[in-house]
Design a binder for this molecule. Structure first.
Ligand code: TRP
Length: 331
């Protein structure tokens, strides 16, 4: 039996190069070795985005991009969270085991309250409980998430433990998971930090960026006048450009520019031009694939409905067990 992996994908925003070389690569490897349930967290998005006029497009868009980036709907169950009412039922039981105090202390909750003091709803407060239900509904062993989700995962383990203690062992305690050393940090183009959705948009390359946009962003990347003597130390924003180059360019190109740098003869304009073209070559096929998938609404509907069916089977088993253990079977 393959071990079970669950992960939720937020339906807001486009995938960028950081997602691709970080999370996506993990997902794609996991789908070969684990029994994976990956879903679009549409209920979660209601906690912060009550206006749903664009929700459908975002859900289908994020799905198309994830498939284009390598998720295979034949190998993983891909579904919308809202297709599994069992999650909502489990959320209800877990809510009785979650304390108001611990929910109020959650970092993401405090951040959201600060950002949006006019919409502090109970769904926002119990976000970690819903996330625990997403995971526990399939009795997952592993959850591929980044650092920012570790606290939520710890809470999921606590809720699982409390349930097990109160009603009998049912849920494994889910652990964070990634293929460790392979996790690549993709630096942003302005020389500060990683590529991310929320920071400087011009410093992040999205998988949906047009060729012109990619070129424009790369050409704007921070450089300087270049080294004045051979074998100078490389400033970190130049190191970043080399890191990006190593992701998408062939060895020969990287070598050439490294030698130019060490020989103090490098022309950053040429480096950026080469990098821009290799980025275009890398991103364009993914972008086009995502667009084709997004345009094929019948295909996306089939993916979602097959994924829901598969996920349903697993969710139904868990919820039946849960009801039995809680003591809610009357006939
Ligand atoms: N909270 C996660 C995020 O913000 C998304 C998510 C929801 C999730 N439910 C999940 C991730 C269950 C892993 C497992 O990215």
């Amino acid at each position: 039996m393959k071990e079970i992996v669950v992960s939720g994908i937020r339906p807001t925003g486009h995938l960028h190069l950081g997602n691709y070389f970080g999370a996506m690569r993990n997902y794609v490897r996991m789908q070969e070795e684990y029994n994976c349930y990956f879903f679009v967290a549409d209920w979660h998005s209601l906690t912060t985005h009550p206006d749903t006029s664009e929700l459908r497009d975002s859900v289908l868009g994020v799905l198309a991009e994830n498939i284009a980036a390598g998720l295979d709907p034949e190998k993983v169950a891909l579904y919308a969270q809202s297709a599994l009412p069992e999650i909502a039922e489990l959320y209800l039981y877990l809510n009785m085991l979650a304390y108001k105090g611990e929910l109020e202390k959650t970092t993401t909750f405090k951040d959201k309250v600060r950002q949006n003091p006019d919409n502090v709803n109970a769904g926002l407060l119990t976000y970690p409980v819903l996330m625990a239900a997403d995971i526990l509904i399939h009795r997952a062993a592993y959850v591929p998430v980044g650092k920012d989700q570790e606290q939520h995962l710890e809470m999921a383990r606590n809720f699982a433990q409390r349930f097990n203690y109160r009603y009998t062992e049912l849920f494994p305690e889910p652990q964070a998971f990634n293929f460790g050393s392979d996790l690549v940090k993709v630096p942003s183009l302005d020389g500060t930090g990683k590529m991310s959705k929320s920071e400087n948009q011009l410093a992040t390359l999205y998988l949906v960026d047009s060729d012109e946009m990619i070129r424009k962003k790369v050409m704007k990347a921070k450089t300087d006048a270049g080294p004045t003597e051979p074998n100078s130390t490389m400033p970190d924003y130049i190191q970043n450009l080399f890191m990006l180059m190593e992701l998408v360019s062939d060895r020969g190109t990287v070598e050439k520019f490294r030698n130019d740098f060490n020989g103090a003869s490098i022309r950053y304009g040429d480096l950026k031009k080469a990098l821009a073209e290799d980025m275009v070559r890398f991103i364009a096929p993914i972008r086009e694939k995502a667009a084709a998938i997004y345009a094929d609404k019948d295909y996306l509907r089939r993916v979602l409905s097959n994924g829901a069916e598969k996920a349903h089977e697993s969710a139904r088993k868990t919820i039946e067990e849960t009801r039995r253990l809680v003591g809610l079977r009357y006939f």
